[in-house]
Design a protein around this ligand. Structure first.
Ligand SMILES: *[C@@H]1O[C@H](CO)[C@@H](O)[C@H](O)[C@H]1NC(C)=O
Ligand SMILES: *[C@@H]1O[C@H](CO)[C@@H](O)[C@H](O)[C@H]1NC(C)=O
Ligand SMILES: *[C@@H]1O[C@H](CO)[C@@H](O)[C@H](O)[C@H]1NC(C)=O
Ligand SMILES: *[C@@H]1O[C@H](CO)[C@@H](O)[C@H](O)[C@H]1NC(C)=O
Ligand SMILES: *[C@@H]1O[C@H](CO)[C@@H](O)[C@H](O)[C@H]1NC(C)=O
Ligand SMILES: *[C@@H]1O[C@H](CO)[C@@H](O)[C@H](O)[C@H]1NC(C)=O
Length: 861
């Protein structure tokens, strides 16, 4: 008897006892409320094993055990592997006939009875003539032939009980297109899970479906056909054995837009009809309906949702003759016509394209050389056939990247590379969303970006122009966001190492129409800073300078320099408007200011020092910032430079002008006096009366606002035709940089370091010294100390434009010219030009102006 193994202690028979225990299997079972648990001996199992309920005297043993009460019950088997002999059925009744219901049919605890094959049965009942409805969570169910099995070993079967007998609606696996099944009156959903397989529950919903009195439907299956190419099979009830009922079966198919479907009947076994015919009724999305017979050709290449209703004839209900059996196959494929075009990148150096569909909801299908792609990438130097199917252009995003391998900084190659967006194949209708240039350098060369009309975009000065430029180091850190074609202040950006420049549209939609040159690129030798800006603030408004990667911190141990020109008669007010300082791990951050003139005082501050918020600079200066290795925090500085007119100088001009007028008046008086005296007296030699025009005596301490030397610095600002600088070696020097075309018309104070006499008329000695340096070599040597690194700003050019005549008179005449010129335009800060007379004397000087410099760029475009 079984009892011997339930009462385990038999003193002295320990060995026997162990043996006996090993042959038993005891479990405790507590059925969920409303469920019954049944252990059923598998058919045809020769094994001799029983299931016993409870312990002690009340124990009952049988080959079938049903537990109905929701209380813990001890179940004992007198064999060690009861799972080989028994299956477990967990049954639940859902009766919706008295009251409407909407129940989630849940699976019991997934780990229970793992050693048994399990069958979960849900017995469903609604009022007669009503349907019960089963909603399956996504992904839905997939119908298989009754002979097949499911990949995840969770096999569902659905049965409906009709007056004529049970009808198997079908066998289903999870993960399919069927979202809902309705069946008449009474039914059972069974889920079979073999032993050893964890139950992976996917609960479904049970509710009351529609009344079917008028429709005579026994089963309704709702199907959502997936997007893209697919082919799905459905089977008639009792597939294989035959459907002998007269009731109708209906499938509702939902087809995604832009998809065409085709219906195919396979493996059709007609029933033996006593009366009527088997008919198939279709209703399409546009409400058109038609009827076909199973042997007809079914709908091909149609669009939209549709339903298919299968009506049996009046068959011979005899299992000896075949019943209706049909496999319905529905294939779905793309319906549209693709737009074809070609992308030929073989002619554009380094240009590659990327096309992405930004709308995951769209039906867009893109392919590259006939291979469907999520994202099209056309590599540089290739030609590709592209196809777009149902792709609205506004959903697509085209980005282009052009990679240039910049040569080593070479004095021989000074032709700038002009960055403008190349013309893309017009058949490619996709708007250009982003264009990136990758400038790759081989060594630690510096990429010099010469720019025009650019300002940095900061919250106080946002970009409202057509496009924005993002300049980045290729390690991914941004240098800054800039605004192109704006009232600009930046003339040059020099970056050490590889650089990427990305153009994005700001107020426009499509970049491909932007034809202007955004930047010109030249190479120069390595610089010590990571970034150097050459900027000329405008009088019209403040300019903002942001550290690289602002508002995020600068890279650790990186540095940036701004070379800021302050025009004559102006002072610059520098404010640090937004500073965030790190705590340094090693080293210190530093902000340093030094006039370009090497004699100037350097002011500098570390992160642990506080500094003046406003600094006034009377002349062009360096602003250098370097970061430490931060322990915490970040080093990010936003500075603002505002130019102010030096009012003292302005007064001086007025005083000077008044002085000149006074002087002229005196001269006039003297002349009048002399003439009168001449009339009165006989002629005498008066040749000793000579009145210098240019350097008049002025009352008080009023002086001319500008010294001769200063004036010359202006003149030089526009001198940089390479022909002036002669040989190639000089071309590598920054001669080509401060072209009038690229400056803002400001005098560029790069020449200020000229340390010649600053407050006197250039003497013959100056001029001769200048001419003795005509060989250039001396010129460069003399100024080398300022050029660290050599290409960061213009070479000082201590040249007197005057032909050495040693004539004081000549000098003076020029002075007057300048003076008058200054007077005419004192509101402006135009470079003071030589008079026409002198230009004749100095033809090569005039050739330095914009008119000559421009063609060099024109040619480069
Ligand atoms: C289990 O119990 C039944 C009934 O008591 C008995 O016929 C059968 O032989 C037993 N099986 C084993 C393996 O002990
Ligand atoms: C569902 O089926 C599809 C194709 O039949 C398959 O690609 C996908 O991996 C399946 N998903 C799951 C969760 O099994
Ligand atoms: C898809 O169906 C539409 C409408 O029936 C038809 O015009 C189109 O030609 C079909 N597409 C294909 C690829 O056959
Ligand atoms: C620039 O990029 C190229 C290619 O990715 C790489 O080989 C080179 O080392 C980089 N140069 C610098 C200075 O980082
Ligand atoms: C400084 O800049 C940061 C980043 O843009 C901003 O969040 C913060 O408000 C600014 N602080 C001041 C005082 O303007
Ligand atoms: C700032 O940078 C310039 C250019 O690199 C350099 O010549 C100058 O010495 C630096 N000034 C300071 C104070 O570091």
């Amino acid at each position: 008897m079984m009892g011997s193994c339930v009462v385990p202690v038999l003193i002295g028979l320990i060995l026997l006892q162990i043996h006996k225990i090993s042959e038993c299997h005891k479990i405790e079972v507590t059925p969920d409320p409303g469920t019954t648990v049944e252990f059923i001996k598998k058919a045809g199992q020769g094994l001799d094993c029983d299931a016993c309920k409870d312990e002690g005297p009340s124990q009952t043993c049988n080959s079938k055990l049903e537990l109905t009460e929701a209380r813990p019950t001890i179940v004992t088997f007198n064999c060690s592997q009861p799972g080989d002999v028994f299956t477990v059925e967990i049954n639940q009744k859902i009766d919706c006939s008295p009251t409407a219901c909407s129940i989630i049919a849940t699976h019991p605890d997934s780990t229970r009875f793992l050693e048994f094959s399990r069958t979960f049965n849900w017995d469903l009942k609604v009022q007669p003539d009503r349907m019960f409805q089963l909603d399956f969570p996504a992904p839905g169910m997939r119908q298989i032939k009754p002979s097949e099995s499911c990949p995840d070993k969770h096999t569902y079967t659905i049965i409906t009980y009709q007056r004529s007998g049970p009808i198997s609606i079908g066998t289903f696996c999870r993960n399919g297109t069927i979202s809902c099944i309705q069946a008449l009156f009474k039914g059972r959903v069974s889920l079979e899970v073999p032993k050893g397989t964890d139950l992976n529950p996917s609960d479904f919903k049970v509710s009351i479906g529609p009344d079917t009195k008028a429709t005579a439907l026994v089963v309704v299956v709702d199907v959502k056909l997936p997007r893209g190419l697919s082919s799905t099979d459905f089977f008639t009830p009792n597939y294989g054995t035959g459907y002998y009922s007269e009731e109708k079966i209906k499938w509702n198919f939902a087809v995604e837009p832009m998809q065409n479907f085709t219906v195919l009947f396979q493996h059709y076994t007609p029933p033996e009809c006593k009366n009527k015919k088997v008919l198939v009724d279709y209703t399409l999305a546009d409400k058109t309906s038609f009827t076909k017979e199973p042997k007809d050709i079914q709908p091909i290449n149609k669009q939209g949702d549709f339903s298919l209703t299968l009506t049996n004839c009046e068959p011979t209900k005899d299992s000896l003759v075949p019943g209706l059996s049909l496999n319905i196959n529905v294939a779905v494929f793309r319906g549209g016509t693709p737009y074809l075009c070609t992308a030929d990148l073989r002619k554009e150096e380094g240009l590659s394209l990327q096309i992405e569909n930004k709308n995951p909801e769209s039906y867009c299908e893109m392919s590259l050389n006939s291979v469907a792609q999520e994202k099209i990438v056309v590599p540089a130097g290739t030609k590709a056939d592209l196809s777009f199917l149902d792709c609205p252009v506004q959903d697509l995003q085209l980005t282009a990247t052009q990679t240039y391998d910049c040569p080593r900084a070479s004095p021989l190659d000074t032709r700038p590379l002009s960055l403008s967006i190349p013309t893309l194949d017009p058949s490619l209708h996709v708007p250009l969303h982003k264009f990136t240039w990758l400038l790759r350098v081989l060594d630690q060369s510096t990429v010099d970006l010469t720019v025009k009309n650019l300002h940095q975009s900061v919250p106080d000065k946002e970009c409202n122009k057509r496009v924005s430029l993002l300049v980045s180091e290729t390690d991914g850190s941004n240098i800054g966001q800039f605004c192109s074609m704006a009232e600009g202040t930046i003339q040059k950006i020099q970056v050490k190492g590889n650089v990427s420049i990305t153009v994005t549209p700001n107020t426009i939609k499509d970049l491909s129409q932007e034809k202007e040159t955004f930047l010109r690129v030249t190479m120069s030798p390595e610089i010590t800073e990571n970034v150097i800006y050459t900027v000329s603030p405008l009088v019209s408004g403040p300019m903002y300078l942001a550290t690289p990667n602002w508002p995020h911190g600068m890279n650790p141990s990186s540095s940036v320099t701004w070379i800021i020109s302050v025009p004559q008669e102006h002072k610059a007010e520098l404010q640090f408007t937004n500073v965030s300082k790190p705590v340094c791990d090693s080293g210190h951050t530093e902000i340093a200011i030094r006039p370009l003139d090497s004699q100037g005082q350097t002011q500098s501050w570390r992160e642990d020092q506080s500094f003046a918020n406003t600094i006034i600079q009377q002349q062009s200066f360096y602003l250098n910032m370097s970061n430490c290795e931060p322990k915490s925090g970040r080093f990010a500085v936003l500075s603002k430079v505002t130019l102010q007119k030096e009012t003292k100088n302005f007064l001086n001009i007025i005083l000077a002008v008044v002085g000149v007028l006074l002087l002229l008046l005196i001269i006039a008086l003297i002349v009048v006096c002399v003439i009168r005296k001449r009339k009165n007296k006989p002629k005498t030699n008066r040749s000793s009366i000579f009145l210098p025009r240019g350097k008049p005596f002025l009352p008080g301490n009023a002086t001319f606002p500008k010294s001769r030397a200063d004036n010359e610095s202006h003149v030089y600002a526009s001198i940089d035709d390479p022909t002036m600088y002669g040989n190639f070696a000089d071309k590598n020097q920054p001669a080509e940089i401060d072209n009038g075309a690229w400056s803002n018309g400001h005098p560029v104070d790069a020449y200020r370091p000229f340390s010649g006499p600053s407050d006197s008329i250039p003497s013959a000695k100056d001029s001769s010294a200048e001419y003795s340096m005509e060989g250039r070599g001396g010129d460069r040597d003399a100024y080398q100390p300022f050029l660290n690194p050599p290409n960061t700003f213009n070479l000082p050019r201590p040249r007197s434009p005057l032909v050495s005549q040693g004539s004081l008179r000549f000098e003076d005449r020029r002075m007057i010219d300048n003076e008058l010129h200054t007077f005419k335009s004192f509101g402006d800060i135009n470079p003071i030009r030589l008079s026409a007379d002198e230009s004749r004397l100095q033809p090569q000087m005039e050739s330095d102006t914009d008119s000559n410099a421009e063609p060099e760029y024109e040619e480069a475009i």
